[in-house]
Write a protein that binds this ligand. Structure first.
Ligand code: AMP
Length: 493
């Protein structure tokens, strides 16, 4: 799970300042590393470990010239925490390509074996973008002819090669030196990517990004959500070529709507904010229909569950209260790779407002329960703050299966719900009543935003992987990689 942005600006413009703004807007998608690569007559690169604000200094920005550029923030789901793994990656053949992605290549190990091991070519990082870039560049070089410019057909040929060879979930942007910019989505469209335009006195600007908030903050109008298996190529004259390259069913990740994306974003034309409010309405209905105990107050676990908690409180006609105050200067709890550090950081991050808990039956609302550590600690906090009973509602069903598509839920044994009945999970979390949103209701809330989406990827809830190629061996390989790298502190997209 990462964030990216690609911009094709007017001649003479510099795109780096907008990429920088865009990366700040998607910092929530990855806090491990950040990078920008722009192009004039050569590539200009600045990448590093840390937050966007830490990586880029004025001097770097002054150096990042050019009207063509790509930026990336990284959250690792394959590989470790090394400078070598920071994106965008770039190559000097066949014409020079800089590339960034969001997602996870599920056949990474096989591709490294096929293209790199014993072939006289070295793999230079532990990041899966390197294999996507290699497959793309190799296919493009097959089409390169002396005296003939690379055109849209050549670029789409290379995208097809990626679709044929690279399995998993990936949304990709690449700038091609003296040729243009291409962005594409995997055949099932698991990871989001949107496209927008604006006109300024300097001319026309075209951009793609993982989340529409990037377009908003830079004043673009979102004109397209790139669909499953689709590619968009913009040539040097800014002609736009849009093509569907694969014919698989669209299965966007529901967990983006549940947790990852910012509420002010649209994904596949679905408002994240409205979807979360619908999750809350559905939770309220389910709470009542199942005869769950009446709470005195509804309290969100900040931040991602706020919109749902408010809608749930309205649905239950119970007051909504901000009972937990978050210290904004501490990174996302889950993102801390080491389990012990994660555990203690919950307390560092959240503090209860006691008067909202004292003597009350409190209903806490969270977006998801993964390992259960966060919820367990918060339930303890609620009791210490004087709550009489503590209930918990989750905006998503029980998480049960590892995600090989870029969400860091790699090891099955880590899920608190794994091998447990509802009552046992409730006991493990220490709550008096626990309810998970029913899976059908969750999907219906998503579909209401875009009726053209027949199904979302629900693999983390069901273990049914839409790409159909996720074997036990592949899951083990990803699981092994994540376990190995977690303790290093955190590549992947
Ligand atoms: P825990 O149950 O302790 O593993 O933490 C669950 C909390 O972490 C949820 O409330 C989410 O807000 C957040 N979360 C869920 N999935 C992820 C993920 N893959 N990466 C980062 N944070 C997550």
């Amino acid at each position: 799970m990462c964030g990216f942005i690609g911009i094709h600006g007017p001649d003479g413009a510099d795109v780096a300042p907008e990429i920088y703004e865009g990366l700040l807007a998607v910092q929530h998608r990855g806090q491990d590393a950040a990078g920008i690569v722009t192009f004039t007559d050569s590539f200009h690169v600045k990448k590093g470990l840390g937050l966007v604000l830490e990586v880029f200094k004025q001097g770097n920005m002054d150096r990042l010239k050019g009207n063509l550029g790509v930026g990336h923030v990284r959250y690792p789901t394959i590989g470790g925490n090394h400078n070598d793994d920071a994106q965008p990656f770039h190559l000097t053949f066949p014409m020079g390509i800089a590339m960034a992605h969001n997602g996870n290549v599920s056949n990474y190990t096989e591709l490294v074996e096929r293209h790199f091991s014993n072939k006289g070519v070295r793999v230079n990082s532990s990041c899966d973008i390197e294999v996507i870039l290699f497959v793309f560049a190799t296919a493009l070089s097959e089409r390169a002819r002396p005296g003939k410019a690379i055109d849209a057909e050549d670029v789409f040929f290379a995208v097809r090669a990626v679709h044929e060879q690279v399995k998993g979930a990936y949304s990709v942007v690449a700038t091609l030196a003296d040729v243009g910019m291409v962005c594409f989505r995997d055949p099932y469209g698991i990871k989001p990517i949107c496209f927008g335009e604006k006109e300024t006195a300097a001319g026309r600007w075209l951009a793609c990004a993982s989340e529409s908030v990037v377009l908003d903050v830079n004043g673009y109008t979102r004109t397209l959500d790139i669909g499953a298996g689709e590619a968009v190529f913009i040539d040097n004259e800014q002609h736009i070529y849009h093509r569907k390259m694969a014919d698989k069913p669209h299965r966007p990740c529901i967990f983006e709507l549940v947790y990852f994306a910012r509420p002010d974003s649209f994904l596949d034309d679905i408002s994240v904010y409205k979807t979360r409010a619908r999750f809350g309405q559905a939770l309220a209905e389910q709470w009542r229909e199942t005869g769950a105990p009446e709470p005195d107050v509804v309290i969100p676990i900040p931040d991602s569950s706020r919109d749902a908690a408010l809608a749930m409180s309205l649905g239950l006609r119970k007051p909504y209260r901000e009972g937990l105050v978050k210290n904004r200067y501490i990174g996302r709890t889950f993102i801390m790779p080491n389990q012990a550090r994660r555990r203690s950081s919950v307390r560092r991050k959240l503090n209860p407002i006691k008067i909202e808990f004292e003597g009350k039956d409190v209903l806490l609302v969270d977006d998801s329960i993964v390992r259960g550590n966060t919820s367990r600690r918060i339930v303890e906090m609620a009791r210490e703050a004087g709550a009489r009973s503590v209930y918990l509602a989750s905006c998503s069903p029980m998480l049960l299966a590892p995600c090989p598509y870029g969400i860091d839920m790699a090891t099955k044994t880590e899920f608190v719900a794994s091998g447990r009945e509802l009552a046992e999970v409730a006991e493990s979390l220490g709550v008096d009543h626990l309810m998970y949103l029913d899976r059908e209701r969750m999907n219906a809330a998503g579909r209401e935003g875009n009726a053209r989406i027949e199904e979302f990827c629900n693999a983390c809830f069901t273990g049914e992987y839409p790409t159909g190629d996720i074997t036990v061996e592949r899951l083990r390989a990803i699981e092994g990689d994540r376990t190995k790298h977690r303790d290093e502190v955190p590549c992947g997209g």
